[in-house]
Design a protein around this ligand. Structure first.
Ligand SMILES: Cc1cc2nc3c(=O)[nH]c(=O)nc-3n(C[C@H](O)[C@H](O)[C@H](O)COP(=O)(O)OP(=O)(O)OC[C@H]3O[C@@H](n4cnc5c(N)ncnc54)[C@H](O)[C@@H]3O)c2cc1C
Length: 455
């Protein structure tokens, strides 16, 4: 009973304090203002942000966000007394500030492109990357470089020069005959640590995805996969890496502000391959692989090639694509697209809806989760033009869309639009093209029009 009458000992309330500016430190980066959850900060761009102390709840978010430690917490005299009391009782824990972000090592310079090869044949994406790399190197005012790993791959150096590389780093070693993650990763890591490039680009192929991820992990740097656009923020020397995000519903531009190198991968056919310049020359820098065969855990017992061979259709490499979507209504109707493809010398591809419905195999799918294509002519038939489809084909040289819905988004990217029923339009087009081909046919020709025929 006595206990009940005793006044309960209340723990003193932990003072939260308020944020304030340390004069002369703010760089006006504006990060604190949107970071404040109670909108207590204004005028952050001015370099003298104003903090409304009535609104500030002492959450410390702005203090943690500030990259130059220009904000601090302060306490009233009453609060300081309470803090001292708590400290004496061992109840005051010093607030832990977030670790300041590392600043990027500014000694890194140069744009590097990985020349992926198999059996001494370079993947086309490597040359496509040298194309975009040239623009990036120009904007950063640095050299465009290529790096090649493999066995007996020196012939690729000349090819790299012809596609714009000024310096080629070459690591030629029998251990690198077949791709294995461990030696390739260590080879690339050693090159990057020694020469410090600020941008490293790789193809988002099976091999490239494996290698880029492993290299970025060891170097503790960022990697943006499957970029669809790359550019440079010249003032801050940052690579702007744009790629679809949130299921392709938005395009996100990602920056790596604090680590080097800035790494990005790009899928084949997303970037335009430059025209090679014959006789172009540059500098070769040879580097040894610092690994012996016995150091490597994985052994290649047998290499099994993809046996799909000649029958296999590579829509990514096709010059003319006739693509069908849900508007085709069934697998049997793809025949009319095949007839048009036959007369044009093209290949049939499909939207994901058509693939998901089982009307076409997956290797014919165009789009974000299918293939990226860049044909000379892309004819979209009964395809609405969802963003996930557009990201895979919008860089085609000529886009023709056939759709009965005049509001279909595909018309926003199409150079020519035919509003109508594809079951009437496509056979009519095929008939007309056959007639034209017949008129142009010489006795030795078959009835196929040649890709690029102006008629
Ligand atoms: C994470 C994610 C990834 C995705 N990846 C891909 C991808 O890689 N590729 C892809 O294509 N999609 C992808 N999608 C799906 C995408 O969002 C669309 O659902 C899909 O592209 C729609 O396919 P469609 O245009 O064939 O079908 P629909 O959107 O149903 O369009 C059919 C069109 O046909 C037209 N039409 C119908 N009948 C006729 C006719 N008789 N004549 C003329 N026009 C007609 C209609 O007007 C309509 O515009 C993805 C979605 C997500 C969420």
């Amino acid at each position: 009973m006595e206990d009940e009458q005793k006044p309960k000992q209340r723990k003193p309330k932990r003072p939260r304090g308020k944020a304030r500016l340390i004069p002369g430190k703010c760089i006006g980066c504006e990060r604190c203002e949107p970071g404040c959850p109670v909108e207590a900060i204004s005028d952050s761009a001015s370099g003298k942000p104003v903090i409304d102390t009535d609104k500030c709840t002492g959450c410390r978010k702005c203090v943690k966000i500030c990259p130059v430690d220009a904000l601090e917490m302060y306490y009233t005299d009453e609060e300081l007394v309470v803090i001292e009391e708590l400290r004496a009782k061992g109840l005051w824990k010093e607030p832990v500030e977030a670790k300041p972000a590392a600043t990027a090592d500014q000694s890194y310079r140069g744009v590097w492109v990985f020349v992926e090869q198999q059996d001494g044949i370079a993947a086309s994406v490597s040359w496509e990357l040298l194309g975009v790399g040239k623009t990036l190197a120009h904007d950063l005012e640095v050299d465009l470089c290529a790096f090649i790993l493999g066995k007996d791959v020196e012939h690729l150096v000349q090819e790299a020069f012809s596609y714009g590389a000024k310096i080629v780093y070459l690591m030629d070693d029998p251990v690198l005959t077949d791709y294995r993650t461990e030696p390739y990763t260590m080879g690339v890591v050693d090159l990057i640590r020694k020469y410090k490039p600020e941008v490293v680009l790789m193809g988002a192929t099976g091999l490239g995805r494996d290698l880029a991820g492993a290299v970025a992990t060891i170097l503790e740097t960022g990697l943006t996969a499957d970029c669809t656009h790359l550019s440079i923020d010249k003032e801050r020397r940052l690579l702007e890496q744009t790629r679809p995000a949130f299921g392709g519903n938005i395009m996100a531009t990602i920056l790596n502000q604090h680590r080097r190198p800035q790494m990005a991968s790009v899928r084949p056919h997303v970037m335009r391959k430059p025209v090679p310049i014959e006789g172009a020359t540059g500098e070769i820098i040879r580097e040894p692989l610092n690994m012996e065969e016995q150091d490597i855990r994985a052994k290649v017992l047998e290499v099994v090639r993809d046996e799909r061979g000649l029958g296999h259709v590579d829509i990514a490499g096709a010059d003319i694509l006739i693509s069908g979507g849900r508007g085709l209504q069934g697998p049997e109707n793809f025949k009319i697209l095949e007839e048009l493809a036959e007369v044009l010398g093209g290949t049939v591809s499909a939207s994901r809806s058509a693939v998901d419905a089982g009307w076409m195999p997956y290797d014919r799918q165009v789009g974000q989760t299918g293939k990226t294509v860049r044909p000379k002519i892309y004819i979209a038939c009964g395809i609405s033009g969802a963003i996930q489809h557009l990201v895979g084909m919008q860089d085609s040289d000529l886009i023709i869309a056939v759709n009965r819905d005049r509001e279909a988004p595909i018309f926003e990217v199409a150079h020519y639009g035919i509003i109508g029923d594809l079951f009437e339009v496509i056979p009519a087009l095929t008939r007309r093209l056959r007639e034209i081909a017949k008129d142009h046919r010489s006795p030795n020709d078959n009835n196929r029009m040649v890709a690029g025929d102006k008629s």
